[in-house]
Design a protein around this ligand. Structure first.
Ligand code: GLA
Length: 408
């Protein structure tokens, strides 16, 4: 259980005044639909009961001053006058800057009733850089802090749980987070803002939409992390961006094979997001095999088969068919391992250990290249799976509501 009082005390020690608000933004575990959100294909994550927490107080200084209780992360301050200057690659504050740049520029400027600026302290009961969306949670928390700082109207829209405002914010932040250099999709920001207690969510794109899907009460999800960091602004970034490029090239080729090259547009995200159209072709994998080189074909196969697994997994969840859901998770892992090549030896071993200990299915979750696995099991098998993964500090995750802002 997160100690909110301690966070508030740390804030008071640091800034010699109490915070005005505490923001909680959950992490997420992606249940299925990996590396396909940036192709515009639906995914099935779940916001979890572990979060990034941010206590703040407006400072009227046109400055964000931010500290954290997390060991090894130094505090920082920067001006909110745009454009916001980026820090060194890998600097955690770049996620804070990404949110500021997004909200203070362009057509989503928060309404300023006072100069935007706040003092903040951040903590988390979510393992960081472990594929559970800690970085997007930080981006969302900063964005909400700016909304709070800007004035009442926007804050009320957040507190009233206004879905269209939250969706708009998630959409903008998905693009805005690319400021750190990773060409991410929009799953994480949507899960952080639109999570729903007792439910997983199906996230659709173009336009962004979220549908809650109730998690059967006797299903349990366990997360275990490999200890290898999967930092989106660090080592994992290059491979991640390479995969998005490979996905884009495969789509371009496929549209030309099917004689409709105009449906692939090179501008912006348009080409990459054209996969939805490709799903409509029968025997597409068979037909494209001889035109794509072996690597492109495997990347393409992962994307298309994963999209099908997502819809079958949604059906299985709605029907309470745990064994079927589990099989789809394991098949997703194998596809990420063999076709998309984003697993690691450690993640593969953990998946096999979870399955041998009685999990009904298991897979890497998040971008891979380190990070965590998620396993699913019936409630009566939890202890065995936890024991099997005991070297990897496993923990049970439960569905959670999306971000909340509390006025103190
Ligand atoms: C990261 C990105 C997401 C998504 C996953 C992989 O978490 O932020 O947009 O692409 O990787 O599924």
């Amino acid at each position: 259980m997160f100690d909110r009082t301690m966070l508030i005390e740390r804030f008071e020690d640091m800034y010699a005044a109490p915070p005005t608000h505490v923001i909680r933004v959950p992490g997420r575990v992606n249940l299925i639909g990996e590396h396909i959100d940036y192709c515009g294909l639906s995914v099935l994550p779940m916001a979890i009961d572990r979060a990034v927490w941010l206590a703040l107080r407006p400072n009227h200084l046109e400055k964000i001053r931010i500290a954290t209780t997390v060991a090894g992360f130094t505090s920082a301050e920067f001006s909110t006058l745009t454009p916001i200057v980026t820090g060194q690659p890998g600097d955690w504050v770049n996620y804070v800057r990404a949110a500021a740049e997004t909200l203070l520029t362009g057509n989503f400027s928060v309404r300023r009733t006072s100069p935007p600026g706040f003092d903040a302290i951040v903590d988390a009961d979510l393992p960081l850089a472990m594929g559970l969306s800690s970085s997007s949670a930080l981006v969302v928390a900063t964005a909400l802090a700016l909304v709070v700082t800007a004035g009442r109207d926007d804050l009320e829209r957040i507190c009233e749980n206004n879905p269209s405002f939250r969706l708009e914010l998630a959409d903008k932040l998905a693009r805005g987070e690319r400021y750190v250099g990773t060409a991410g999709g929009g799953m994480d920001q949507a899960a952080c803002l639109m999570g729903c207690s007792e439910c997983a969510i199906r996230v659709d794109f173009d336009p962004l939409a979220v549908t809650p899907i109730p998690v059967p009460p006797d299903w349990s999800f366990i997360v275990a992390h490999s200890g290898d960091k999967a930092e989106k602004s660090g080592a994992a970034q290059q491979v991640y961006n390479q995969r998005t490029e490979e996905a884009r090239r495969a789509a371009q080729k496929a549209w030309s094979i099917f004689g409709e090259p105009n449906r692939f547009q090179t501008a912006g995200d348009q080409g990459l997001r054209s996969y939805k159209g490709l799903l409509g072709y029968n025997d597409i994998l068979e037909k494209s095999k001889k035109f794509l080189d072996s690597t492109s074909y495997r990347r393409f196969r992962h994307i298309l088969t994963e999209a099908h697994r997502v819809s079958r997994a949604e059906e299985a969840m709605r029907a309470g068919k745990l064994a079927q859901f589990g099989k789809l998770l394991t098949a997703s892992h194998r596809s990420l391992r063999d076709d998309y090549e984003v697993s690691t030896h450690q993640l593969d071993t953990m998946v096999e250990t979870a399955l041998d200990s009685g999990a009904s299915g298991a897979r890497l979750t998040g971008a891979g290249l380190g990070g965590s696995i998620v396993a699913i099991c019936p409630a009566n098998n939890i202890e065995n799976v936890l024991a099997g993964l005991s070297d990897e500090t496993p923990f049970i995750v439960r569905p959670s509501e999306g971000a909340t802002v509390s006025l103190l």
